[in-house]
Design a protein around this ligand. Sequence first.
Ligand SMILES: [Zn+2]
Ligand SMILES: [Zn+2]
Length: 145
Amino acid sequence: MSDSKIKGSCVCEKIHYELTGQPITNIICHCDTCRKITGSVFMANSMYMKENFNIIAGEDVLKVYDDKPPGSKNTIHRHFCSNCSSPIYTTSTGNPEYESALTVTSGTMDLGTDSWKPSMEVFCMRRRGFISPFEETDKHEKAPF
Ligand SMILES: [Zn+2]
Ligand SMILES: [Zn+2]
């Protein structure tokens, strides 16, 4: 793949962003938090370096929920549209190795049907029973990070 640009937006379209370069990895997460945050059965995110992500419009309507899981040293900062509630991206603090990266929700990316493919599945122990494991993913029972 070339260094294509990916554009994305929330459902009310107040927030627009752009991604350049390639993701570090594409992750499906089956954990309880990701299910609640999306209101769906798993979360599908791309991890990018922060410099590859740019908010083009709507910075003023972005809101952040600081999620500190009990017993974890990491705080997850979940950025979402305060107008329509779409989750856009998350950053984290507490683990220096990941502070230069962020994860962007694949559902908000304006992509064709074949353009996004998971390379990793995490918290497989929490996968809802009706969902078959995805092919060609690196599978982890919990989090690899
Ligand atoms: Zn919105
Ligand atoms: Zn998760």
